[in-house]
Write a protein that binds this ligand. Structure first.
Ligand SMILES: Nc1ncnc2c1ncn2[C@@H]1O[C@H](COP(=O)(O)OP(=O)(O)OP(=O)(O)O)[C@@H](O)[C@H]1O
Length: 261
């Protein structure tokens, strides 16, 4: 069950965001951080894989052409969390997760559905939110419910667009642990767009760095996240140091002059 992208081009009207993007094959069980500066195309890439934007080129998952999947089939194969937080609607969290699950997994019995929902509320640590209305939740709480709506479907491909943007450190770690656990337990693949390079270093097997100008580099965090790449891609002077536990961490020191970009 691998993900392959070959010569993928995505545009809005006539303006292309990336052209001819080809990546090494992403293996089953991989947790991949998708990083890069603002407006470089992280969301566009995830939307393209999710089938929300027409593309040129080839994208296959487990040998199936993603662009040719029917919506009915795709919803079981691909879970997509968009960047905006779920709307503050007056429905309770349980109902929204239930209907997200039923829309994708109509083949599950009511008992299986309820079990999957309980499991995801427990895994994410949000049982106490189950009967709260989204309209009465904080932004971070709604983000957690949005994640539950996606993860409950247990899709073999997960595309999560900045899933921790509204979360404090405790919930950030909860979310990455849950995604890490899902990929290693089931062999699913997760692509997680993020601005947090240290979260990427800590949790991800691979990092996909998108750079202005359309270049993309995919590799292990240690291979890819170098001071040179950070200077080229983000226009910053940065160091990769080791923390007291021996893990690499990115320390961003200062912006470089605009000419670097
Ligand atoms: N609906 C749209 N119509 C036209 N252009 C768009 C649309 N959405 C995004 N773009 C443009 O496509 C480019 C890539 O945007 P995208 O949202 O993919 O970037 P991103 O890397 O996710 O950025 P950020 O880190 O700021 O969320 C940007 O130049 C943006 O202005």
């Amino acid at each position: 069950m691998t993900l392959k992208l070959q010569s993928v081009t995505a545009c809005y009207r006539n303006r292309s965001v990336f052209t001819g993007l080809t990546l090494p094959e992403i293996p089953a069980g991989a947790l991949v951080a998708v990083v890069g500066p603002n407006a470089v195309g992280k969301s566009t890439l995830l939307k393209s894989i999710a089938g929300l934007l027409p593309i040129a080129g080839t994208m296959t998952f487990a040998g199936e052409n993603l662009a040719a999947m029917t919506a009915h089939h795709r919803i079981r194969r691909v879970g997509y969390l968009p960047q905006p937080l779920p709307q503050a609607i007056p429905l309770v969290a349980y109902e929204t997760v239930f209907s997200a699950c039923r829309s994708a997994r109509g083949d599950w019995s009511r008992e299986e559905t309820e079990l999957a929902i309980e499991e995801i509320f427990d895994t994410l640590g949000i049982r106490q939110l189950a009967l709260r209305r989204l309209s009465e939740m904080s932004g971070g709480q709604r983000q957690m419910v949005g994640l539950a709506q996606v993860l409950v479907r247990q899709t073999p491909l997960m595309l999560l667009d900045e899933p921790t943007s509204a979360l404090d450190l405790h919930w950030q770690l909860n979310v990455l642990n849950a995604v890490r656990d899902a990929t290693s337990r089931t062999g699913s693949i997760a692509l997680v767009a993020s601005h947090d390079l240290n979260l990427a270093l800590r949790y991800c097997d691979q990092v996909l760095v998108l750079s202005p100008g359309g270049q993309a580099v995919l590799g292990t965090p240690a291979q890819v996240l170098t001071p040179e790449l950070l200077a080229r891609t983000y226009g910053i002077e940065a160091r990769i140091e080791q923390c007291s536990r021996g893990h690499p961490i990115v320390l961003a020191d200062r912006p470089l002059s605009a000419s670097v970009n």
